[in-house]
Design a binder for this molecule. Structure first.
Ligand code: 13P
Length: 250
């Protein structure tokens, strides 16, 4: 049985004051809901304040990236040991990291190995561009992202992996992917490679999320799909509307 999982990706939004205000407003309502793992992946500057606020809470804290080394001369990066001081989750390979900051399938794999070796829960993002989608390349692109991301990741570490299918064309556009279509892509381009790499028993335990214009009003349609276990939420996680999404999952 895969426990529903809803993560908010705050991206580069919110000062510490704004972050604390939002947590104060929505935490009590999220705490009332059971049966769903909820996480906030916040900017580095908010980690300390958000972790402090949520220290006795079942809501988890994470980052939006993590480096492959535990320390070193890597200006602007964060190490898995540093993440662990505040939370236990890290998003890896978000399409915005891939398109704006040169993240590759290979660097995603290095970051994933480091995150798992340091006992973080990794939220690994995959997804195709509009061009790839329109040219019938979705399955090929995502299967490749999956195979490279999971190179040298042993079966025993999959319990700390969550995968997010985020079609790039659906992110921040309001053009959410059709839930049936998202389910099909997850089944053939994410679960199938997982089964090939790790076998059915392990693959079926991995949680796979959908991300891309998820709102309070459409979340439930995704959660009703058999291969979708939750959501990675951008814009709607910055507002009290996020509660509706967690409620739909719970
Ligand atoms: P939106 O929910 O704003 O479309 O963003 C999705 C996303 O990129 C989450 O990682």
């Amino acid at each position: 049985m895969r426990k529903p999982f809803v993560a908010g990706n705050w991206k580069m939004y919110k000062t510490v004051r704004e972050a604390v205000e939002l947590i104060d407003e929505i935490q009590p309502k999220i705490e009332e809901l059971s049966g769903v793992e909820t996480v906030f992946c916040v900017p580095f500057t908010c980690l300390s304040a958000v972790a402090e606020k949520l220290k006795n809470s079942k809501i988890g804290v994470g980052t939006q990236n993590v480096h492959w080394e535990t320390q070193g001369a890597f200006t602007g990066e964060i190490s898995p040991l540093m993440v662990k001081e505040f939370g236990k989750y890290a998003i890896i390979g978000h399409s915005e990291r891939r398109s704006f900051f040169g993240e590759t399938d290979e660097s995603v794999n290095m970051r994933l190995q480091a995150a798992l070796n340091n006992d973080l829960v990794a939220i690994v993002c995959v997804g195709e561009s509009l061009d790839q989608n329109e040219n019938g390349k979705t399955e090929e692109v995502i299967t490749r992202q999956m195979k490279i991301a999971f190179t040298n990741i042993p079966k025993s570490q999959l319990k700390n992996v969550v995968i997010a299918y985020e079609p790039i064309w659906a992110i921040g556009t309001g053009l959410a992917c059709d839930p049936l279509k998202a389910n099909e892509i997850i089944k053939y381009s994410i679960r199938k490679p997982l089964i090939e790499m790790y076998g059915e028993d392990v693959a079926k335990e991995v949680r796979v999320l959908y991300g891309g214009s998820v709102k309070g009003s459409n979340a439930k349609e995704y959660f009703l799909q058999p291969d979708i276990d939750g959501a990675l939420v951008g814009g709607a996680s910055l507002k009290p509307e996020f509660i509706e999404i967690v409620r739909a999952a719970a």
